[in-house]
Ligand binder design. Structure first.
Ligand SMILES: Nc1ncnc2c1ncn2[C@@H]1O[C@H](COP(=O)(O)OP(=O)(O)OP(=O)(O)O)[C@@H](O)[C@H]1O
Ligand SMILES: [Mg+2]
Length: 412
């Protein structure tokens, strides 16, 4: 005899690798789950018109959003396409159609994976200790829009509450969380991009005005008009940089490498460089096709298997290179970067992070390592000499009130 489906659940589509969610109280509307569902967890979130809640299965947390069925289907499809295009958005997990008891109404419930370590913008403004990140908000949002537009995504509702922010080595990375209005095209026209920017400017200004009205003094310190306009300016600047065409003369082939290096330094990966004769015989027109903004993330992942955010990856790769220089000097022979990276991972990264795990340390190991790197840098600045990892780790631990290490502390 096959088990009967949970009351209230009509259909459930689920992607592999997740619990079956059949123990959830589907017979109730989401608004009644608090108190009725033992898996319900409270997590700060952005403003929303729809009912949104979180449930936990051990360490893994899912976000559930209740919408009209057809709207949920559309959003689920958009999120899957965003994932296929490797664009920064929350990960879709499943889609349910329900008919909660007593309502007589069919509803859709979109399930996404909770974006670990993410901060809604209201938390960024309300919580003390996060001041340094507020200024990074403009950049993070501009970069997110550039990435989405490069990938052919018209968002249609870019706003602060429809984005999530994740700490990234002193910077922020923004993610799209609400894809209800998103459209995915092969490429976007200038008109579509402009329209998306207009919507963004209006929404961001509105989000900041709301915060000021809610009494967030730190938002009042920001000029809401200027802040939303500066997201657009930053976007235009980045877009111009990555789409700029250049003329290359016969003897200037170094310009091609220089342009690629410059884009890579901004984190953008270059898929192709197109050179077209201009007709005057002396020049070529160079156009770079930028594919994504994961240059350092890809490189770090290929070398070490670590999954990091873009700025974290940039700092970690600098440390790998520094480690390689020191090891080369010590061994008196050169090491290939891949070998150095492997040894760096075991002898430095893992030894530092494992010696510090415990209450109070960031769970994200790449973020933890970046914070130690920054701490070491600040200490070395103060003492006008390299203080080394051993001291930096001990000092960081004392400062954060972390427990003594179980493992031996890292050597230099
Ligand atoms: N996967 C997720 N991870 C973390 N937070 C999430 C996730 N999904 C939703 N949230 C939180 O819930 C909030 C509301 O989600 P969302 O914007 O999708 O709802 P909405 O009702 O469609 O919004 P709108 O009013 O803009 O239509 C988000 O701002 C975010 O804080
Ligand atoms: Mg929303």
């Amino acid at each position: 005899m096959s088990p009967s489906p949970p009351a209230g659940l009509l259909t459930l589509q689920l992607r592999p690798g997740h619990p079956d969610l059949l123990d959830l109280p589907w017979h109730l509307p989401l608004s009644a789950w608090e108190g009725a569902c033992p898996r319900w967890v409270e997590i700060p979130r952005g403003l929303s018109r729809h009912e949104v809640l979180f449930v936990s299965y051990g360490e893994v947390v899912y976000a559930l959003k209740e919408l009209p069925g057809s709207v949920a289907e559309r959003e689920y499809a958009a999120l899957r396409e965003l994932e296929a295009r490797a664009l920064p958005a929350v990960t879709p997990v499943g889609l349910a159609h329900t008919r909660p008891e007593g309502t007589g109404e069919e509803r859709g419930v979109l399930v996404t994976q909770y974006l670990q370590g993410s901060l809604p913008y209201r938390t960024l403004f309300m919580q003390p200790g996060l001041e340094r990140y507020r200024a990074r908000l403009v950049d993070a949002l501009a970069v997110l829009l550039v990435r989405l537009h490069l990938g052919g995504c018209f968002w249609g509702d870019c706003s602060l509450s429809n984005s999530l922010f994740r700490r990234d080595a002193g910077e922020l990375q923004a993610y799209l969380v609400d894809a209800e209005t998103s459209e995915l095209h092969p490429t976007l026209s200038d008109g579509q991009r402009r329209f998306d920017l207009d919507l963004m400017e209006e929404n961001v200004a509105g989000g900041l005005v709301d915060l000021i009205a809610a009494g967030a003094a730190s938002a009042a310190a920001l000029d809401w008009r200027e802040t939303s306009a500066s997201v657009r300016r930053r976007y235009e600047q980045l877009w111009a940089e990555i789409t700029r065409e250049e003329l290359v003369g016969a003897g200037d082939s170094f310009l091609v490498q220089e342009r690629i290096r410059k884009l890579n330094a901004l984190g953008f990966s270059v898929g192709e460089v197109e050179l077209v004769a201009t007709g005057d015989g002396a020049h070529l027109r160079m156009r770079t096709i930028v594919t994504d903004r994961n240059h350092h993330r890809h490189l770090l992942h290929n070398l070490t298997g670590l999954v990091a955010e873009e700025h974290q990856a940039q700092l970690l790769l600098n440390d790998v290179r520094e480690w390689k220089v020191a090891a080369t000097r010590e061994l008196n022979r050169s090491l290939p970067l891949s070998v150095a990276a492997h040894r760096w991972l075991n002898e430095r990264f893992l030894s530092v992070t494992q010696s510090m795990q415990g209450a109070g340390a960031p769970e994200d190991l790449c973020e933890l390592f970046c914070q130690v790197l920054e701490h070491k840098w600040l200490m070395s600045e103060r003492e006008k000499e390299d203080v080394g990892f051993k001291r930096a780790v001990a000092d960081y631990r004392a400062l954060r009130g972390l427990a003594e290490p179980v493992e031996p502390a890292p050597s230099e």
